[in-house]
Ligand binder design. Structure first.
Ligand code: SAM
Length: 264
């Protein structure tokens, strides 16, 4: 009698575990939120604990071992490979990166600003296209990411083209003219937390940093989305907007970028 009980419990636990694994597999395959939660919260935290280092340090290690020093393309390839094959990370990525490249070429900026440096991937994409004497300022508030981005940009050979400013975008934007000698911005890449896109765009205008023809490009317009920003730029005649449909970095999930040309 007792053995039957034990057998029933064991079979139930076994069947339950299999059903749970199947449900988890289906959820992770079909739901982008679940996939990112699983990658970023569960897998990443376990790997960080086991390896005693962050994902961003692992990205830096991969670049240090595999990329060719002084060759931005090889650094970008290395990050794209690592993040598509090993660990997902929030770089703009290779697909949307091509849109970014085209808009940077169109803007041909002398002074560019990026909001959200992370590991320096998009900073490298932008900086490698800058003409001589042009400069990119990139703002990042996470003190753990700043030294990693600086090292990756150094490996790409672009340190003289990029200045990373550590702090909150909303605190640094008002200092750009007085402290960093910026007159106006020719190009701005918005890729920090999405709820800051609208207020920081307004701040850029209020601080007199936009001139007629300044080009803004915003990432993640669909995923995770920046509805306040879209509403703001699309409803103001001062901006001329273009949407570029694409996919979330390293995933088959719909996303888009939005370009907004400031008409003054
Ligand atoms: C999506 S990642 C940037 C990815 C990077 N542009 C790339 O494609 O390689 C967003 C980054 O913005 C930073 N961030 C978010 N809100 C910020 C703010 N208000 N000021 C400065 N940095 C911010 C985050 O710490 C994070 O590193």
């Amino acid at each position: 009698m007792l053995e039957n009980w034990i057998l029933t419990i064991l079979v139930s636990v076994g069947v339950g575990s299999v059903l749970f694994m199947v449900a988890l597999f289906v959820l992770l395959k079909n739901n982008v939120h679940a996939k990112i939660f699983w990658n970023e919260i569960v897998l990443e935290k376990i790997t960080n604990f086991v390896m005693d280092q962050s994902k961003e340090q692992r990205i830096l290690n991969s670049v240090s071992y595999n990329a060719v020093k002084g060759d931005p393309e090889s650094v970008l390839d290395c990050i794209d490979k690592y993040c598509s094959q090993k660990e997902w990370a929030m770089n703009v990525g290779d697909e949307k990166g091509l849109i970014l490249d085209n808009v940077v070429k169109e803007a041909d900026p002398t002074t560019a600003l990026e909001l959200g440096t992370y590991c320096g991937y998009s900073a490298i994409r932008i900086a490698r296209l800058l003409k001589p004497k042009a400069h990119l300022f990139s703002i990042e508030f996470n003190p753990e990411f700043v030294p990693i981005a600086k090292e990756i940009i150094e490996i790409a050979g672009l340190s003289d083209k990029v200045t990373i400013l550590e702090g909150h975008a909303q605190d640094i934007i008002p200092q750009l003219k007085s402290k960093y000698d910026v007159d106006t911005l020719d190009f701005v890449f918005l890729d920090h937390w999405k709820e800051r896109y609208a207020p920081d765009t307004i701040l850029l205008e209020e601080c007199g940093l936009l001139r007629k023809g300044s080009i803004l490009l915003a990432d993640n317009i669909i995923y995770p989305g920046a509805p306040e920003f879209l509403e703001y730029i699309r409803n103001h005649k001062r901006f001329e907007c273009t949407n570029y449909p694409s996919h979330l970095e390293y995933m088959k999930v719909e996303d888009a970028m939005e370009k907004a040309v400031y008409l003054g």
